[in-house]
Design a protein around this ligand. Sequence first.
Ligand SMILES: [Zn+2]
Length: 368
Amino acid sequence: MALRDVIGQDRAVTILLKTIERERIPSSYLFTGDSGIGKKFTALNLAKTLNCLTPSSPHLTKGGNEQGYPKKREGYTGALDACDECPSCKKITAGIHPDFLLISPEGGQIRIEEIRAIDDVLALKAFEGRKKVVIVDDAEAMNPFAANAFLKTLEEPPQDSLIILISSSPDLLPDTIRSRCSTIRFAPLSDGACEEVLKKIMVRHLRGKEKKSGKTVTSPHGREKYLPEDDLQLSDLIRLSMGRPGNAMPGDIIEERSAFVQLIEEMLRAEKDGWASKEEMERWFEFILIFLRDMAAWHVSGEAAVIINRDLKTDIEKLSRETDLQGIIKIHRTLNSIRGHFRFHLNKALTWNYTGSLLRKTFGVHYV
Ligand SMILES: [Zn+2]
């Protein structure tokens, strides 16, 4: 993969291509925008492009589109892109390039030890590449000690280095860190771009399945061999991903949502904690917020077309009858605020009980 494979983020990619073309890459970037829209993918491919041993120039294509680029990028004739095949590109993809480091939170936090590892990589001259690149994913998860130490790194950036911070909640980062980075905003994807990304995710998903089972996955679609047989599933996924295709898991998302409706019922019956893990709890909250949004939309319009979870229409209707619009808006606001506290490591069983009591108060027990 290379920068040319980033889908639906033309604005962000064009800015990056321009800085590469003019050789004016800043020492630190902050990529902001919702999760699942390609920030990390873009950062990885930027790291590859900056260190590629045989970079190509797809932008030289006169007619524009032949290499998959939108025509508006025609003008950037000097910009290079990663080849994705040289040893450097392969090592970055595998995460084993000595001049490349990707940091992610562990147990919900980025600690000072991780920041020291960044300093270790940046302190040395580039081993193999032209530029040392460090990506800090979910940068807002830095604890105060880590943020403090990191500020020093940002203030005195070593030569030939690039730090890319990635955050879907940049307002949680200290101002002192934010102000030292060049911010690039990523936007949710259009339905068309979502479809393109989801098809690629599906291909990967099904290839993985094939590899595991040793059997060929066949499809009636000739051109896109791996498309699911039921096109309805693809349109469901496009709607459910709400412009954030990286969050939609083909195959799983449809089944998972039915299980999540079951969990609502269990809460209304005051049963004990049904979330298998904290990760599942967080995904359930994502789900219930969209589910409540559907209930509100159903209340206002009474039309199935406005519902995102169209296949759960019966449940949405059933639960909508138990409360008025005000009640739905109120509980949506409360649950959204609980979700905002996840970074404080909420106790799973307590959150279950509390959320259950709120739901029972809003919807009563008539539902079960
Ligand atoms: Zn390469």
